[in-house]
Design a protein around this ligand. Structure first.
Ligand SMILES: [Zn+2]
Length: 223
């Protein structure tokens, strides 16, 4: 069943409170968007509105070139980056952007987060890569996200000196990736205070990732 536009407005609004709940955003920074299935449209946060004041009705609908379609406010200033990702990656149904502090600290030094713990192999299947530095205002951020994540297992990229962008089949999956990215960024930061961090061997990363992506969780039809 295809979600209606109103259902997607509800979902995108509710997912913004997850960014707050998990401590990924300050003030009005950060945004979630979702593709409208079967349409050349996406739903995204309005620009500069407090998280407490967001409502499903205040969510903005744009086309996949970032042009306003429905909404009384301006769309997020990151709309062009989200729109570029949807145009270039048809499998992506949700995009999230945050400046969550631990992950953004790695972005500030321009260093990928090494895949050194099993939870990270499960979820990301690789290091979390660094994308290029890009100024806001054109397609450069979107191009950097797509160039870094195309063909990469990680659904998260650390855009150099900026912050985190994540992608997912759904907006909820992209939010989960943003939460897990911050979690592993913090853990690996703490680990480095204790001593050198050694990445897991690639065969172990591959085995963990395959198991988690294919057999972990509640399987339909199993007791
Ligand atoms: Zn930003």
């Amino acid at each position: 069943m295809t979600a209606t536009l109103n259902e997607i407005r509800d979902q995108v609004c509710a997912l913004h409170s997850e960014l707050l709940r998990w401590g990924l955003v300050a003030w009005t920074a950060g945004n979630v968007s979702a593709r409208v299935p079967g349409e050349n449209l996406m739903v995204i946060k309005p620009s500069g509105v407090s998280y407490e004041d967001l409502t499903p009705a205040s969510m903005i609908v744009t086309d996949l070139d970032g042009n306003l379609v429905e909404g009384d406010l301006s769309p997020s200033s990151d709309t062009a980056a989200h729109a570029y990702v949807y145009r270039a990656m048809p499998e992506v149904g949700g995009v999230v952007h945050t400046h969550s502090p631990y992950a953004t600290a790695w972005a500030a030094v321009g260093e990928p987060i090494p895949c050194a713990i099993t939870a990270m192999a499960d979820e990301f299947g690789a290091e979390i890569p660094v994308g290029p530095f890009a100024l806001i205002g054109n397609d450069d951020i979107g191009k950097g996200i797509v160039a870094t994540l195309s063909g990469h297992r990680s659904p998260a990229v650390l855009m150099r000196s900026h912050g985190v962008f994540t992608i997912g089949k759904t907006a909820k999956a992209a939010v989960k990736a943003a939460v897990m990215c911050e979690d592993v960024a913090r853990t690996l930061h703490l680990a480095r205070q204790l001593g050198p961090v050694r990445p897991l061997p690639q065969p172990d990363i591959d085995a963990l990732h395959a198991r988690y992506q294919n057999v972990y969780g509640q399987q339909k039809g199993t007791p």
